[in-house]
Design a protein around this ligand. Structure first.
Ligand SMILES: [Ca+2]
Ligand SMILES: [Ca+2]
Length: 97
């Protein structure tokens, strides 16, 4: 389960690296947690195959992903972080201008 999800800088300028940071835990002790990061292009609140922008498979040093916005167009993006193995969690918005 994702507890917190932050992006910095936010808003960002196109071309900047945006650091996405998640804290997450699994409600079932002992299960390994991995986190996927998505850009919710179709705005349905779900992270789908074609929307994945990054992944962090190792929680021992925390969960983070450096999102390179170089190829993005200015606008507002719904980013999602989903923790596996269990639950999905929240959406956040970030604006690139
Ligand atoms: Ca989606
Ligand atoms: Ca990590």
């Amino acid at each position: 389960m994702v507890d917190t999800f932050t992006a910095s800088p936010n808003p960002a300028t196109v071309g900047q690296i945006v650091q996405l940071v998640v804290t997450a835990h699994d409600p079932d002790p002992g299960e390994a947690v991995t986190v996927n990061f998505y850009k919710d292009s179709n705005s349905n609140g779900q992270g789908e195959e074609g929307e994945i922008i990054g992944q962090d498979l190792d929680g021992s040093d925390g969960f983070a992903f450096d999102w390179n916005t170089k190829y993005e167009s200015p606008g507002t993006f719904n980013l999602l972080a989903v923790a596996f193995t269990r639950t999905r969690r929240p959406a956040m918005r970030i604006r690139a201008r």
